[in-house]
Design a protein around this ligand. Sequence first.
Ligand SMILES: [Cu+2]
Length: 354
Amino acid sequence: MNDIHQPLIEPAASLRSRRDVLKLFGLGLALPAAASIITACSNAASATTAAQMADMSSASATATAGVDWQAMDRMHMDGIKAFPAKTAAYGNQPLQPHLENGVKVFELTAKVIQWEVTPGKMAEAWAYNNQVPGPEIRVTEGDKVRVVVHNQLPESTAVHWHGVMVPNNMDGVPGLTQDPITPGSTFTYEFTVKNPGSHMYHAHYNSTIQVGKGMLGAFIIEPKDRSKDPAYDHDYTLILNDQLGGFTLNGKSFPATQPLTATVGEKIRIRYMNEGQMIHPMHLHGLPQLTFAKDGWNLPQPYMNDTVNIAPGERWDVIVDCTDPGIWAFHCHILGHAESEQGMFGMVTALIVK
Ligand SMILES: [Cu+2]
């Protein structure tokens, strides 16, 4: 019975863990404020203990899948200590255009690469400009945009500008609006961007495979009149996918996902984009989210919530007012996308408020 009463993390060990977490993040947070993740684990542990106590047959109860609890704790804590784990390359990097007679010209090259999803876990990706997600294209309402797409894949492709209002022959659907871009060839898209907001681009050919393997990216159109958007200090994009290398946020699985960071008093904007095949309800601990736009269109009435459900193809924009310091867990609440008996994985990150 003593074993059951014992906290899962002994004080000295938990203090070490807290210091490690802090060291990793390079933060000057006071221990109690920074210890939210560890504290949550301890609380969960006591809840389990109480439940087991209530069950008179607890002596014969077995742990999850035969994993002994010490091993389970070790795996859970190791994952958290590794966060944010470094990987070779990151996606969603800003793509700089060059100007040609007032047109912003972007170049995208699609090809097969190896992509590191978590440290040491490589996956074959079909990528734009060697990154997953593909590079971020960011323009301003009214801009003339040209995107030159080079296909170095072993099969045909095309690019659809998801949510962007373009002339029909620029919509990127082979057979309907253009011929397939065959291997080794190039296609040039050109349009003037009209509707501001958080949009995407992705392959629209053999798309279960091509998008699933990484042919996706953010296409952000800033409004000409910024006063229509709420104010914010940081602008984050979270692209969800559930095929390449499992459940990913911006092409990485926990612990290789990148934390969002802010200082107390700052506001952050998060642009959720779902390029996967499943819904992903993204839940942020501690700080509510003000949802103000859907698919690039500002809502008639923004609303507060703590879990934003993002269906495939959808974009939701939220503002988080970072009023309280700490390391706030931030994850998909389909738990099978976020945590197993081996600890957190997949669609998990943290909002770190200093
Ligand atoms: Cu999910």
